[in-house]
Design a binder for this molecule. Structure first.
Ligand code: AVI
Length: 329
């Protein structure tokens, strides 16, 4: 009863709250400590991520937008669309659709026949996107789908229309390589031969470019990371002192992996009442909160090796910071 009351107060679904609780308990009990990066995205985290995408240091969004604005014809050519066939353009985690709008505009001008199906966990983001597209691109058929990617894709399997799936923004980079392979394999199981996957990934680059993207001068990324502790305080009734933890990102240029950590600035204990446990932190001890993998052709080939996809085309921005790989099922 107590649990459901708390969930109600915070407007959180009980099943999600139970999952959050057990993920935090497991993560803080493991060594080294971890918190899954999916928990960044509460209301405040969503807004902070929106700010991150506009930061001068966060080149990822601008680089992929450069591709969608200036290489649209190449993208459409690589999608290998048949002039007379009606297809479905499905976007996983569409958000505000900033980049996709450039593609939609060009498809619309060229009279391609398709439905745009943005999938997102946030119904609020989908409502805003639909309104925006109805106003700016009234000829484009938009069918928003709220929910878990695979549940939605499973339902879409019934339609026999050719499908192009967009997974942009280097979102795949927040998975380990094994998870990424499993994810792409599962995607393949939900598509048919000839369908395409357009995978947007950040490329391996020197530390002086990558690290500032995760350690911006305005401290927005720091706030995004530390917001995890605030979320635990609010939803799980914990007493993290946010002033006693620092944002601490690293980049391993050889592996091409940026990692975010929250570092305890002193020896301290934190009680999480909803879990009924107290967790101890040494001075300098780190909680890993995210991996942001960067890629090259070899890594992409390895990741898709045992999936149903093969590599077709690679399209890069003008600085070669970012790539959209087009894979065929
Ligand atoms: C969503 N994802 C691709 C972002 C990234 O670059 O890994 C999340 C992020 N974390 C810190 N800044 C941005």
């Amino acid at each position: 009863i107590v649990k459901s009351k708390r969930a109600e107060q915070k407007n959180v679904n009980c099943k999600d709250l139970d999952q959050f609780k057990s993920d935090i308990e497991n993560g803080l009990q493991s060594s080294p400590k971890t918190i899954p990066s999916m928990y960044f995205y509460d209301k405040k985290g969503d807004a902070l991520f929106q700010d991150i995408m506009n930061l001068p240091e966060y080149y990822l969004t601008r680089s992929e937008l450069d591709i969608f604005q200036n290489k649209t014809d190449e993208l459409i050519k690589a999608m290998d669309l048949q002039a007379d066939s009606y297809f479905e353009l499905i976007e996983l985690g569409a958000g505000d659709g900033l980049k996709t709008k450039e593609l939609l505009k060009c498809l619309d001008i060229n009279n391609f026949k398709f439905d745009y199906l943005p999938i997102d966990i946030s119904s609020n983001a989908l409502d805003l996107l639909e309104k925006d597209l109805n106003a700016t691109l009234p000829n484009v058929s938009v069918k928003t789908k709220q929910g878990d990617y695979f549940k939605v894709l499973d339902a879409l399997k019934l339609s026999k229309k050719p499908k192009i799936v967009l997974f942009l923004g280097s979102n795949i980079g927040n998975m380990t390589d094994d998870m990424a392979s499993a994810f792409i394999t599962k995607l393949g199981a939900n598509l048919s031969a000839g369908d395409k996957l357009l995978l947007g990934v950040d490329l391996i680059k020197p530390q002086n470019i990558v690290l500032p993207a995760y350690n911006d001068s305005q401290g927005i990324t720091a706030a995004f990371n530390i917001n995890l502790l605030d979320r635990i305080n609010t939803q799980l009734d914990a007493d993290f002192n946010l002033n006693q933890f620092n944002h601490s990102p690293e980049y391993d240029e050889e592996k091409g992996i940026a990692s975010s950590f929250i570092e305890s600035t002193k020896q301290q204990s934190v009680e999480i009442k909803a879990i009924g446990k107290t967790f101890h932190f040494e001075k300098g001890e780190k909680i890993q909160t995210e991996v942001s993998r960067k890629y090259n052709d070899v890594l992409i080939s390895k990741i898709i090796l045992n999936t149903d996809f093969k590599l077709d085309t690679k399209i890069m921005d003008s600085k070669a910071y970012f790539a959209d790989y087009i894979l065929t099922r």
